[in-house]
Every structure is written in C-alpha cells, then in structure tokens.
Design a protein around this ligand. Sequence first.
Ligand code: 2BA
Length: 108
Amino acid sequence: MKLIFAIINNDDSNSATAALNKEGVAVTRLSTTGGFLMTGNTTLLIGAEDNDVEKIKKILKDTCAQRKHVPSSYNSLGRGMGDLGLPAEVTVGGATIFVLSVDENIKI
Ligand code: 2BA
C-alpha cells in the first residue's frame, strides 16, 4: 500500500477530489500554505493500493492545471524578507506528488 501526498492549487481541489471520489478513491483534504508564495494550497492525503497509484496520478494530471502566478509583495512580507528576491512571475499548479510506502493501514 502507498500513501500519496499531492499538493495542488486550491482552485483545482474540488474537481480533483470529485474525480478521485468518482473512481472510488478516498481522499482527505488538508488546508496548507506554500512556504515560498505564502498563499493557500490544498494537500490531498490518499491511501491507495499499489496498483491504483498510476490511475490516481493520471486523474491529478487531468484535473490540476499549471498556471502563472504573480507573487504579491504583501504576501511576501510574512516571510520577514520584504519582496527582495521574489521573481516577477512563477509557474504554479499541476500537482507536487509524493508517494510513500505504508507498513500498515488499520481502521479500529
Ligand atoms: P510554494 O512553496 O508557495 O511555491 C509556489 C511556486 O513557487 C512553486 O510551484 C515554484 O514554481 C515556485 N518556487 C517555490 N520555491 C521556489 C524557490 N525557492 N525559488 C524560486 N521559485 C520557487 P510548485 O513547484 O508547483 O509548488 C507548489 C507548492 O507545492 C509549493 O508552494 C509548496 O507548497 C509545495 N511544494 C513544492 N515542492 C515541494 C517540496 N519539495 N516539498 C514540500 N512541498 C513542496
């Protein structure tokens, strides 16, 4: 069994979750914040059988679009660095996916 962490854009979270649920994939959604842009994103937590991992990656690829984002200097103030060093535009979206092996999955 695998545990998938998928960090996706908030704007894609409803369509990604709906598409996963439609395929019988259970999902936990966590509200998270990117450490670079300091804006909200969504982390999906998915426990999956090994042979479902490729299907899940494809669903995420189909539902999570890449887009350009202009960092707000206001948001960057939270980093205590002003907007020094921030690029004018960054590509965000798609999905950043981590797949971990699971030793045990129990429900009690
Ligand atoms: P953020 O950390 O807010 O990063 C948003 C976007 O800013 C990134 O998009 C990337 O295009 C750019 N970026 C991030 N760090 C940068 C840096 N040091 N220099 C220049 N540009 C930088 P994505 O790569 O699509 O990442 C989207 C979100 O996924 C990230 O939001 C973060 O929450 C998460 N993430 C990405 N890679 C990660 C990793 N290796 N470990 C943990 N979380 C990660």
